[in-house]
Write a protein that binds this ligand. Structure first.
Ligand SMILES: C[S@@+](CC[C@H](N)C(=O)[O-])C[C@H]1O[C@@H](n2cnc3c(N)ncnc32)[C@H](O)[C@@H]1O
Length: 342
């Protein structure tokens, strides 16, 4: 390089400004690559043993005509330090990829994928989407991925379920928006005698939860239906209705009718348990709130105090909100109906 070019770079073109960004840029590259490699199953595949380009091509079901593109993508993985290519075999190298490939980190891998696919997209495209009025819709999300990612909240939701089971006498349960179905299993582990009905309005979610319940040997103990809760007509009254991580799927204007509808399906002294992220939490909660604020659901994460007020207005006699994760805006809200309601 000529001295003059170097001088231009340093003094005119501010190379230091760019160099200062390389850490951010490399992190972005690594994270994007590792997320895609985890999502398509490449990390799992390489975790078992090193593989050739042809093995990977077959595994990912990419056409031979796409070989150059596949090689370029794997080359990025190598260049970013996430893969190693040795004697024609690709293997895992980077800390992030090795961590995501571990079976015990599968929930964290799904959460990272949600962040990269949806939160990152919302942050990047918020100004243009706001200008064009082009909203996200539920079809923009992979319901099955969200169901897996939501499992990161399991310890807090489990504590909230224990709270509800200890507070009231519970024989029958309606779970609304069951996702992976994991909390149905948790309910039955806590009390195998429970009669449980569960509804979710995304068919792919219902199918995946059905597979899980069969795997857990619980398929006969839960009645799963694909149905929008607002169209669900209960045949009896429930002692407990649960809504975990889904109040923000309902437009703001729908929340009061929803709470009244749920109130109407509860037995006297019955309980509604809501667990939800509320506004004002960590960066992850702010980004989740952004996605929903940019969606055609026209909703956003609830404000905790507003939610408590709404439950009172919907007719619940006692409402209590508990912060389930210290320092985070993640709440369990337990609302009880009057013992004498008709
Ligand atoms: C973020 S996921 C949470 C899944 C699960 N409750 C959990 O916490 O892991 C929200 C779920 O609510 C379901 N859902 C949202 N609105 C619904 C409605 N109106 N009727 C039934 N299910 C609904 C969605 O399909 C989705 O599976």
């Amino acid at each position: 390089m000529r001295l003059n070019t170097l001088k231009k770079l340093v003094f005119d073109k501010n190379i230091f400004g760019f160099l200062g960004l390389t850490g951010n840029i490399n992190q972005l590259y690594k994270t994007s690559f590792a997320t895609a490699a985890s999502s398509c199953g490449l990390l799992d595949y390489l975790q078992a043993r090193p593989r050739t380009l042809t093995d990977i091509q077959l595994r990912l079901a990419t056409d031979h005509s796409q070989q150059a593109g596949l090689e370029a993508w794997l080359g990025c993985g190598v260049r970013f330090g996430e893969l190693r290519l040795k004697n024609g075999y690709y293997e895992l190298k980077g800390k992030l990829s090795r961590s995501l490939a571990r079976p015990r980190n599968e929930i964290a891998a799904a959460t990272l994928e949600e962040v990269v696919r949806y939160h990152y997209d919302a942050l990047l495209n918020a100004p243009s989407r706001l200008r064009s009025g082009h909203k996200y819709s539920l079809a923009d999300q992979d319901g099955e991925l969200i169901a897996r990612s939501s499992r990161i909240l399991e310890p807090f939701v489990e504590e909230a379920i224990d709270w509800a089971l200890q507070t009231g006498k519970v024989g029958s349960v309606l779970e609304v928006g069951f996702g992976s179905g994991y909390y149905l299993k948790y309910l039955l582990q806590s009390n195998p005698q429970l009669r449980i009905q569960a509804i979710d309005y995304q068919q792919e979610v219902v199918d995946a939860a059905g597979v899980n319940l069969r795997r857990w040997g619980l398929a006969d103990q839960v009645e799963l239906s694909c149905c929008d809760v607002m169209e669900f007509a209960a045949t009896g009254r429930y002692d407990l209705i649960t809504l975990h991580n889904n109040i923000y799927y309902f437009p703001l204007a729908m929340r009061m009718p929803l709470l009244r509808h749920l109130h109407g399906m509860l037995a006297p002294g019955g309980q509604l348990l809501l667990t939800t992220s509320c506004r004002g939490g960590s960066p992850a909660i702010a980004a989740l709130n952004l996605w929903w604020s940019l969606s055609d659901v026209a909703g956003a994460l609830p404000d905790k105090d507003d939610l408590v007020n709404m439950l009172q207005q919907a007719g619940f006699a006692q409402v209590e909100a508990r912060q389930m994760l210290p320092g985070e805006s993640y709440y369990g809200v337990l609302a009880k109906t009057d013992n004498k309601i008709q």
